[in-house]
Design a protein around this ligand. Structure first.
Ligand code: RFL
Ligand code: PHB
Length: 393
């Protein structure tokens, strides 16, 4: 089997790339280790930058998002009994974010790919990117016990943090930067109305908490937890009690609780691999970088990598310019490091870091300063809505 771009991974990165390439007349085949149902069962991101929402529209998969998603013009930071609103729209010259779940984004992209007749192999085993330092790269895998080989011009490694692509690169060709945080997030999804119309990020002596949502009837909440905690340690009642204790009193008092329909623990990590291009293979999204979820940047960074790869591949195929491909890695990394910085900073600002009262006073001073200075609020807002995309020439 032959294609122009072999894409490994059918998460949001792989599916979005496939869709954008298809619109440009560039063929792709997607190879995914799990089933489509499994991919759709992962509850993850909820906040899309305006640029990510625009990209979904460009991919022809934005219709339901525009109908069912919610545009948010601000969010709040809660600390020391106060609630400070960051007015995203006013502080960024009109930019907003879209609250629309990653599950729905993935579902819409899968439907768009099916409608366009795109080829996707699910439940592929022993997937291997091969020959990417030469002129004839291949992706090889087992499907229903048979080995399949896909010959291609380029490989897009969209296979997430634990994927095979980054691991296939020779050790000396890649440098990884990492910070692992000494706490995690326990998240639940419940069929209850959201605690407030906008997101609330709460910094409390007992630890961080976040009120988010998927719709008017579906809420997503998180509390900072210990890395030793197991999901089974947290009954729904324990979760709701802990959440209430960390929220502003009025929000806690009006919180609607109900049975959780999903509950999971995620560790927090910052990670960047450099470079992101190895011969004819590109790393995209979580395969190349991870951010702690505090800044809502993971999916958005994946989308901006896809945007850049789509732009350079389009120029490559339209104009025959191979040199343009060299811009992929530096252009992506410039934006990635700024999002890494923001996510790390938001994480340090809002979580319980240690038992040192001095650390807590520094956090409160930072929160007080940033929410009361126009420059501080603007800094938070312009990072949250998403920094400008790096130009490709
Ligand atoms: P994904 O989504 O991990 O998809 C990778 C796909 O590759 C497949 N795969 C393989 N396929 C073939 N062969 C192999 N050897 C393979 N190995 C793996 C996997 O099965 C999978 O289907 O990566 P992608 O596409 O780069 O997308 C990245 C995003 O999923 C991620 O950045 C976000 O979910 C991060 N994130 C958030 N991002 C935001 O922008 N806003 C948020 O509000 C936000 N909240 C979150 C989050 C992530 C969270 N967790 C659990 C990590 C909240 C949480 C709790
Ligand atoms: C979510 O709704 O899952 C969510 C929202 C904002 C974040 C992280 C996760 O910063």
């Amino acid at each position: 089997m032959k294609t122009q771009v072999a894409i490994i991974g059918a998460g949001p990165s792989g599916l979005l790339l496939g869709q954008l390439l298809q619109r440009e007349g560039i063929s792709s085949v997607i190879v995914e280790a799990k089933s489509a149902e499994y991919v759709l069962g992962r509850i993850r991101a909820g906040v899309l930058e305006q640029g990510s929402a625009d990209l979904l529209r460009e991919a022809g998969a934005g219709e339901r998002m525009d109908r069912e998603g919610h545009v948010h013009e601000g969010f709040s930071l809660a600390f020391a009994g106060r609630r400070e609103r960051i007015d995203l729209k006013a502080l960024t010259g009109g930019k907003t974010v879209m609250v629309y779940g990653q599950t729905e984004v993935t579902r819409d992209l899968m439907a768009a790919r099916e409608a366009a007749g795109g080829v996707t192999f699910y439940e592929a085993r022993d997937v291997k990117p091969e020959g990417f330092y030469g002129d004839t790269p291949r992706v090889s895998f087992l499907k229903d016990g048979e080995r399949v080989d896909i010959e291609c011009d380029y490989i897009a490694g969209c296979d997430g943090f634990h994927g095979v692509c980054r691991q296939s690169v020779p050790r000396e060709a890649i440098t990884c930067f990492e910070r692992v945080y000494p706490f995690g997030w326990l998240g639940i999804l419940s069929r209850t109305p959201p605690a407030a119309p906008e997101l609330i990020y709460a910094s409390h002596e007992r630890g961080f908490a976040l009120c988010s949502m998927r719709s008017d009837t579906l809420s997503r909440y998180y509390v900072q937890c210990s890395l030793d905690d197991r999901v089974d340690d947290w009954s729904d009642d324990r979760f709701w009690d802990e959440l209430r204790r960390r929220l502003p009193e009025d929000v806690a008092a009006s919180l609607t609780t109900g049975p959780s329909i999903e509950k999971s623990i995620a560790p927090l990590r910052s990670f960047v691999a450099e470079p992101m291009k190895f011969g004819r293979m590109f790393l995209v999204g979580d395969a190349a970088h991870i951010v702690p979820p505090t800044g809502a940047k993971g999916l958005n960074l994946a989308a901006s990598d896809v945007r850049t790869l789509h732009r350079v591949l389009s120029i490559r195929y339209r104009e025959g310019r191979e040199d343009i491909l060299e811009q992929y890695s530096p252009a992506c990394l410039r934006r990635i490091w700024k999002a890494e910085r923001f996510s790390w900073w938001m994480t340090s600002l809002l979580h319980r870091l240690d038992d040192d009262p001095f650390s807590r006073r520094m956090q409160l001073a930072d929160l007080d300063y940033f929410t009361h200075s126009a420059a501080g609020r603007t800094t938070i807002a312009e990072n949250y809505v998403g920094l400008p995309y790096e130009p490709i020439a």
